[in-house]
Write a protein that binds this ligand. Structure first.
Ligand SMILES: O=C(O)CCC(=O)C(=O)O
Length: 364
């Protein structure tokens, strides 16, 4: 049985003073125009070698899962989809989800309202200023500027949309669209977790029950990456993995997401009207390492504003989560059991890097 644990406070060295004057990178970028050099506090790419590491030829190999096959009542079609989802989780940690049933016009409205939110004047968004991971609605820039050595070319809105639904009341209509979208995404995540449990040879409700997914914590993130005059020097988000079990991502048609696969960066070029599904830290924990979370990052361009809407679907905040008991009948736990709330807080207040909270709870 895995032991219960807490995450020690971060031992990261003190970062240099932050570039406190930039509250919104969108406003900053618009005020400077498209040809001025970016502040050195945003230089997160140190050399060309990082760019050279992109494996263009692998982009077309990112797995595609047809959701309608997973939910099919035809046993053979369902079994094949379960096999494919297990393979995608084991080999990539990311897949594109087609035929998911979310109407295209809902996603269009979501993107429009997301842009309108970020277009509000800074004054109008002040009431949502990020005051910490458990605030229900947070608006800010970069990731966690207080602890960063460099900053990221990104503004964000984060809202906890389950078990309580929290969302800004402006711009008009955004809240309603976000509610509908978040409900649909939670339904998809639940079905995907059933398929993933089956792919591990377990009962379909195994992950759902052990993580109390029906009271799960859902974080709704609306990222905006303005065009960057020197996209080869900065990042929208650095290499990281997400908290939670499954992240479902959609974007406004402008690419920028890359996933790490066998030490190479691979561009995610989504198929039309698909969602991108990323395995997050706690899927690695519950599967006792059979499936690994995927490292990913957001790169920039100097042409158009990119918006991504990212929903992180985790266990219930108060649930102590560790490797699934069924898997520990024949193998040792690779991770400590920890309250998801503690893990989430640690991740949201740390610098984003490859190590993540997983390294804090890994057992040798
Ligand atoms: O915008 C993207 O493509 C990635 C966003 C992301 O990784 C995040 O919000 O954690």
């Amino acid at each position: 049985m895995a032991s219960s644990a807490s995450i020690p406070s971060s031992s990261q060295p003190e970062p240099p003073k932050v570039h406190a004057s930039i509250l919104s990178i969108k406003d900053f970028a618009e005020s400077k125009g498209d040809s001025s050099p970016i502040p050195s506090t945003y230089h997160s790419i140190s050399g060309l070698h990082e760019e050279d590491d992109v494996a263009e030829e692998l982009a077309a190999s990112i797995p595609v899962i047809d959701f309608s096959h997973l939910t099919s009542h035809h046993p053979q079609i369902h079994a094949k989809a379960v096999h494919l989802i297990g393979k995608a989780c084991a080999e990539w940690g990311v897949f594109m989800l087609t035929n998911h049933g979310i109407p295209e016009n809902l996603v269009e409205k979501l993107m429009k309202k997301s842009g309108e939110f970020h277009d509000l004047a800074v004054e109008e968004k002040k009431e949502f200023g990020d005051k910490g991971p458990f605030e229900p609605i947070r608006h800010g820039t970069s990731f966690c500027p207080e602890v960063e050595k460099v900053h990221y070319w990104r503004d964000y809105l984060k809202a906890t949309t389950f078990p309580q639904f929290n969302f800004p009341h402006k711009p008009p209509g955004f809240r309603e669209v976000a509610y509908e979208y978040s409900e649909k995404i939670r339904g998809l995540a639940r079905k995907l977790l059933e398929g993933i449990s089956e792919s591990l040879g377990l009962a379909s409700n195994s992950i759902i029950e052990s993580t109390e997914f029906d009271s799960s914590h859902q974080l709704f993130v609306v990222n905006l990456y303005p065009p960057c005059p020197q996209p080869h020097l900065a990042l929208g988000m650095p290499s990281h993995s997400d908290t939670g079990l499954l992240t479902l991502l959609t974007q406004n048609g402008i690419g920028g997401l890359q996933v790490k696969h066998h030490a190479k960066w691979v561009n995610v070029n989504p198929l039309p009207n698909c969602l991108t599904v990323l395995l997050a830290d706690h899927l690695q924990v519950v599967s006792n390492g059979r499936y690994e979370r995927v490292l990913h990052r957001a790169i920039l361009n100097n042409v158009g504003t990119r918006i991504s809407v990212v929903l992180a679907n985790g266990p219930a905040l108060d649930k102590e989560v560790g490797p699934l008991a069924e898997l520990l009948e024949n193998e040792k736990p690779l991770f400590k059991t920890i309250k998801y709330k503690d893990y989430f807080q640690f991740q949201q207040k740390s610098r984003l890097d490859d190590k993540s909270g997983l390294d804090q709870i890994r057992l040798n």
